[in-house]
Ligand binder design. Sequence first.
Ligand SMILES: Nc1nc2c(ncn2[C@@H]2O[C@H](COP(=O)(O)OP(=O)(O)OP(=O)(O)O)[C@@H](O)[C@H]2O)c(=O)[nH]1
Ligand SMILES: [Mg+2]
Length: 344
Amino acid sequence: MSVGKAITGFAPRTTFPTPNSIPKTYFLGHHHAGAEKIKTILPQISVVLECRDFRLPLSTHNPHLEQMLAGRERLVVYTKTLLGKSSKNAQQALRRVYGDRVVFWDKADKKTTTKLIERLKELAMQQGSLTGLRALAVGMPNVGKSTLLNALRSNGLSGKVAKAAQTGDQAGVTRRVGTAVRIIDSAEKGGVASGVYIMDTPGIFQPYVEDGETMMKVALAHGIKKGLIDDEILCDYLLYKLNLLDPKSYRSYCAPTNDVYEFLEAVARKEGKLKKGGVPNMPEAAARVLSLWRDGKLGKYVLDDLSEETLQAHELAQSEPRLSLNQAKKAMKEERKKAKDGPV
Ligand SMILES: Nc1nc2c(ncn2[C@@H]2O[C@H](COP(=O)(O)OP(=O)(O)OP(=O)(O)O)[C@@H](O)[C@H]2O)c(=O)[nH]1
Ligand SMILES: [Mg+2]
């Protein structure tokens, strides 16, 4: 764990015991159906744009997809990079592992879209297909696949173009694999070769996540349904991480603290989230904290540890056999039983 800016007299927590109540999966019917569909269309695809949230470069790397994509031409697109820009060495660390297969992109940074368009044009020229280069956007829920598709389309085509894909800040906005939409015109129309097309896909979760901490991180990025993990638990986990990164991140609310209720109370008072008699409304304060974090207003940090050792272990783990869906279901049942029996 890279420890950030220390504050004299304040000792952040160094561990965060994962509550037993944290679910270890969020694998829904449309994830399974989407994954099966992706398998059938992959043979027609020239390049996969595998999207991962830059704030969670490892936690939004889906081993289930990884196995399906093995051996395919692929660019790893880290989305929402501006939301992680305070983690200075993160891009270099990822580049060391993945080389020039990585792309750092943000919807608010037009240059990053232009660069990706150039990259796709090069690929289209190399491939020289008569029907155009076929790309596929895949990744975990809510990482920004549909937003990327829209940005590529409006940047890559001349003139004003309508948005092709629906987007929204929650998991599961896209439910089905879409049809191919044009993102770069053919050379005849001022683009490249026979043009470039892309298909959007629904976000796919992994059948089983081995540790609860990953689930909490993904929930902080809205990769699972709201309410699946209690907002106050998520705020407590976020507070733990912010304290390690930079306790000043929330200085406009209160002094550094390890007590989530003290933090939430301060947010409730400052933001007017109060019940009758001025009593702090904790659920509203917690929802506010999560929304501030998701908008980058409590610091712009990468939450995964990107030390050399962690990155190596992560890459090694990708080649290890994973639980099948049935094995995952069985493991989940056991987890639930444990959660019921044991302390939370
Ligand atoms: N700040 C920022 N927000 C982004 C970026 N890309 C996407 N978003 C936001 O993230 C949310 C999710 O975007 P979508 O494009 O719907 O994500 P998706 O991966 O298609 O999600 P599913 O279809 O649910 O799997 C939306 O609120 C987007 O505006 C980015 O680069 N920067
Ligand atoms: Mg989508």
